[in-house]
Design a protein around this ligand. Structure first.
Ligand SMILES: [Zn+2]
Length: 160
């Protein structure tokens, strides 16, 4: 039973299904079915391996612990430490990729199967890409500009 993997909680007058494995909050309204919960579980349980996004998130969460360990043990294994800039860059990229991850999960939920629902989500991606193109980090801004150009190709086609 898929519901066994989730706890139900009311947050801001909305029912949320909270994944017991990763704590992600998904739509928990029973009238929206369980298809998205199955889809989430399939990904979340993938042989218990973390995808790249989860790995980065975990690394960022434990950044301070990680640095303290390195200072304490002076282990030659950790000679090439990420710099403060590396961590900032990883955090920025992670935050940006997270938007796509969440939007993908939203689309997979039955709740968003009507154009009226997913259109604002598509717009939010376009707005975000436009913002990222102005980022002070050259790698991020050039990546965002290329993504925006691709996005525009489909955007223009969809308006015809
Ligand atoms: Zn999960």
């Amino acid at each position: 039973m898929v519901r066994e993997h989730f706890t139900k909680e009311e947050i801001n007058n909305e029912w949320k299904a909270i994944c017991k494995h990763c704590n992600r909050k998904l739509d928990g309204d029973s009238k929206n079915g369980t298809k998205h919960l199955h889809v989430h579980l399939g990904r979340c349980n993938k042989q218990g391996q973390l995808d790249i996004r989860q790995q980065v998130l975990t690394a960022l969460t434990y950044k301070d612990v990680f640095l303290r360990c390195v200072q304490l043990h002076d282990d030659p294994l950790y000679k090439h430490l990420p710099t403060e800039d590396d961590w900032t860059f990883a955090a920025k990229i992670c935050e940006k990729l997270n938007l796509f991850y969440e939007r993908t999960e939203d689309f997979l939920g039955t709740k968003y199967s009507i154009a009226n629902f997913y259109f604002p989500h598509i717009c939010s991606i376009r707005v975000a890409l436009n913002e990222w193109a102005q980022d002070s980090n050259a790698t991020i801004s050039s990546m965002a500009r290329r993504m925006f150009a691709k996005f525009e190709k489909y955007w223009r086609r969809s308006k015809k």
